[in-house]
Structures are given as structure tokens and as C-alpha cells.
Design a protein around this ligand. Structure first.
Ligand code: SAM
Ligand code: SF4
Length: 376
């Protein structure tokens, strides 16, 4: 019997590439999408025995909603045929505003999808254009209203702040508009300049300026204060949820639990082994045609790796890591291996013990990555 309760499926297609995005995605082509789907269905079979009941499924991307209703239907039918999906499972699909219609949304609902995540990013057209998004604010509103009309009552909206030329006032307006929509969940990410993106090239050649850390921190804390004041719980560095609407799938990552990852470039974590798939669609499909798992890299984590990852992922949660959870998992206390790191960052006011929980301080939330690298 296997304990894997979470499944991630990567859909590696988008209408176009956004200027900031380094995820494993390719421009959508019908024939390639067909090849991908055939391969994905085989890949599902190869992981059939790794789970005896899924509690969370996340179809992400890329832009899963760019697939046709027929393709989505085949994907879901096969998913339910191959895996036992718990009746109360959280099933999320990432959607790009402007790529959903009533038929697709109704189909998703009838296949058990009960959570949608829309990449909104910004709430003004000039910024959306600067980001290379394919949609306008109007399309965000239309897609969101349609999802509500079809009956989705658990919706996440993704936002990005710290954009070139963005002002604190502009970000404040964006938050205000998103608050008015009352989504159950909001993810607010600070812009990461990723190599290979349009933004990165513009920055490298001096055409794009990064905001200062001070302004970015101000924007981050503005998001926290605004969303908490309006009833969202800040439960992870970038995540905010209305009561009982936390993202259970993401919690599996942050608790460092096992999950199956399917699709080109997807990562998974099964029986202490982290693996990542071949990124290119053609090679991915070729492996599966031969009945082979399309794994590019895999690594059995050592005890220390697993401890460090459990701490880094756990500290992403606002409540951090419970002393007794760590002890139950590893049979020792966090201090046994990491006392020096703890002392360093507690001394610098980026980490703290709050009761029995080790967590980032409010200041530490913004500088989390500096703390994290020290555990490695
Ligand atoms: C991989 S995307 C998939 C969602 C969907 N394709 C969309 O964009 O509508 C998930 C989220 O990651 C965030 N993201 C992607 N690249 C980022 C970057 N360089 N910096 C910050 N956030 C980023 C965006 O908010 C995006 O909605
Ligand atoms: S942000 Fe979303 S839509 Fe844009 S390229 Fe990345 S995955 Fe595709």
C-alpha cells in the first residue's frame, strides 16, 4: 500500500510566453498537444500503483485551460479510471483568463474539479501588456464571473508585485480591485527575474530597472496588512486564504509529503526520491511510447537533505514547523543538526520560536531565501 496522496500534472502549453516567466512551457500547437496527451495517459498508468487514494490533484502549467474541452475530458476520464480519487479530494485547475469558456468550465465541474486558479497578475491593462499577458482586465472579470456562474466556489487569483515601474500606489489599487472580487484565495508573488526571460534580457541590457528592496518590502507588507484586514489568513509566504480555503495541494509540498508529478518537466517525490521529468514534449512522448518513465533526473534524499528540505519548505508556512512534528518525523530535535543556523537567524531577528513552532519573523518573511540557503 502506498501513501502518495497528491498528484501534479503539468500542461506545458501557453498561447504565448509571458515576459517574466521561466516555467517549462511552449507555444500551443494542436499536434503537439495531441502527442502530449497520448503520452500523459500512458504516464498515468505507470504510476497507478504509487497511490491508493488521492486527496489532492493539481493540474498546472503552463495553461491547462488552453487544451480543448475534448482533451480535458480525456485527461480527467483517464485520471479517474487509473487513480482512486478520494470523494472529498481537492482538484485544482490553473486557468489563464481569456482561455476559458462555459463548455470547458462545465466540463471541469462535471469531472470533479472544485478549485480554479486564475493567473491575473495585475489589474490594469498597461501593466498586463508590459507583462506580455494575452488578456485584459475585462477578460479577467469575464472569466471570473463565468467561473462563479458555473458554480465554482473556491477560486485563487495569482498576482505579481515588484514590477518594473510599479508604484506602491499602483499596487494598492490592484489589491483593492482584487479584494472587491472576494476570491477565496490569493497568491501574491514578488517578481523574480529569471534567466532566459524577456525581462531578464531587458534588465541585463539596462532597459529595465529593478525596484529597490525597500519598495518591494513595502509592497509585500502592504499586501499582508490589506488582505489580513479584509479577512484573508496569511498562512504561507505568498498565500492568503479565506477560512477553510487553504490550498491543500500546496500544503502537501510545504509539509514535504510525497507527490506524483506527471508531464514534461514535472517534479515528483515518491519514497524519498525526488525526480524531474524530461522537459521537451517530443522526447517526453517518445519515452512513453516505449513504455518508459520519462525521468531525466532522480535523487534519493539523504537524511540531512530531507531534514533541510523539510525545514525550508515548512518555514514557508506562517506557522512554521511544529517541534513535535519534526521530532516525530526524524526522531531528533531541529537543534540537533541545525543549532548554529537557528542561533544565527534568531539572533538577527529573521527566525523565532513562537510557542512550540519555529517560524520566520515578520521581517524574515521578506528575506526568507537568505535564511533558507543556510540550511543547505
Ligand atoms: C506558472 S504560472 C501558471 C498560471 C497560468 N499559466 C497563468 O499565468 O495564468 C503560475 C504563477 O506563477 C507566477 N509566476 C510565474 N513566473 C513568475 C516570476 N518570474 N515571478 C513571480 N511570479 C511568477 C504567476 O503569478 C503565475 O500566475
Ligand atoms: S505565466 Fe502562465 S501563461 Fe504566462 S508563460 Fe508562464 S505559465 Fe504561461
Amino acid at each position: 500500500m502506498n501513501q502518495v496522496e497528491s498528484l501534479y500534472i503539468h500542461v506545458p502549453f501557453c498561447a504565448t510566453k509571458c515576459h517574466y516567466c521561466a516555467f517549462n512551457t511552449y507555444d500551443f500547437h494542436k499536434e503537439q498537444a495531441r502527442q502530449y496527451l497520448e503520452a500523459l495517459l500512458i504516464e498515468m498508468e505507470l504510476y497507478r500503483l504509487d497511490s491508493d487514494g488521492l486527496k489532492t490533484v493539481f493540474i498546472g502549467g503552463g495553461t491547462p485551460s488552453i487544451l480543448s474541452a475534448e482533451s480535458l475530458e480525456r485527461m480527467f476520464k483517464h485520471l479517474h479510471a487509473v487513480f482512486e480519487v478520494n470523494g472529498a479530494a481537492e482538484i485544482t485547475v490553473e486557468c489563464n483568463p481569456g482561455t476559458v469558456d462555459r463548455q470547458k468550465l462545465e466540463l471541469m465541474r462535471s469531472e470533479g474539479v472544485n478549485r480554479l486558479s486564475f493567473g491575473v497578475q495585475a489589474m490594469d491593462d498597461a501593466t498586463l501588456e508590459q507583462l506580455g499577458r494575452i488578456h485584459t482586465v475585462d477578460e479577467v472579470l469575464r472569466s471570473y464571473d463565468l467561473a462563479r456562474a458555473v458554480g465554482f466556489d473556491n477560486i485563487n487569483l495569482d498576482l505579481i508585485f515588484g514590477l518594473p515601474n510599479q508604484t506602491v500606489e499602483g499596487w494598492k489599487d490592484c489589491l483593492k480591485e482584487v479584494v472587491a472580487l472576494q476570491p477565496e484565495h490569493i497568491s501574491a508573488y514578488s517578481l523574480m527575474l529569471e534567466e532566459g526571460t524577456v525581462f531578464y534580457e531587458s534588465w541585463r541590457t539596462g532597459k529595465l530597472q529593478r525596484l529597490s528592496d525597500e519598495i518591494e518590502a513595502e509592497m509585500y507588507h502592504l499586501a499582508i496588512d490589506t488582505l489580513v484586514r479584509h479577512g484573508w489568513k496569511h498562512y504561507e509566504i505568498s498565500s492568503f486564504a479565506k477560512p477553510s480555503c487553504v490550498a491543500n495541494h500546496n500544503l502537501a509540498y510545504w509539509d514535504n509529503r510525497s507527490y506524483i508529478g506527471l508531464g514534461p518537466g514535472a517534479c515528483g517525490y515518491i519514497d524519498g526520491v525526488r525526480y524531474s521529468n524530461i522537459r521537451g514534449v517530443r522526447d517526453y512522448a517518445e519515452f512513453l511510447k516505449q513504455g518508459r518513465k520519462p525521468i531525466a533526473d532522480s535523487e534519493q534524499l539523504t537524511g540531512r537533505d530531507e531534514k533541510a528540505e523539510t525545514i525550508i519548505l515548512g518555514l514557508r508556512k506562517r506557522d512554521g514547523i511544529r517541534r513535535q512534528d519534526y521530532r516525530r518525523r526524524f526522531g531528533e530535535s531541529i537543534e540537533d543538526e541545525f543549532e548554529d543556523v537557528l542561533n544565527k537567524w534568531i539572533g538577527r531577528d529573521l527566525l523565532e520560536w513562537k510557542g512550540e513552532n519555529l517560524r520566520l519573523t515578520r521581517r524574515g518573511l521578506f528575506f526568507a531565501n537568505e535564511v533558507f540557503v543556510d540550511f543547505l
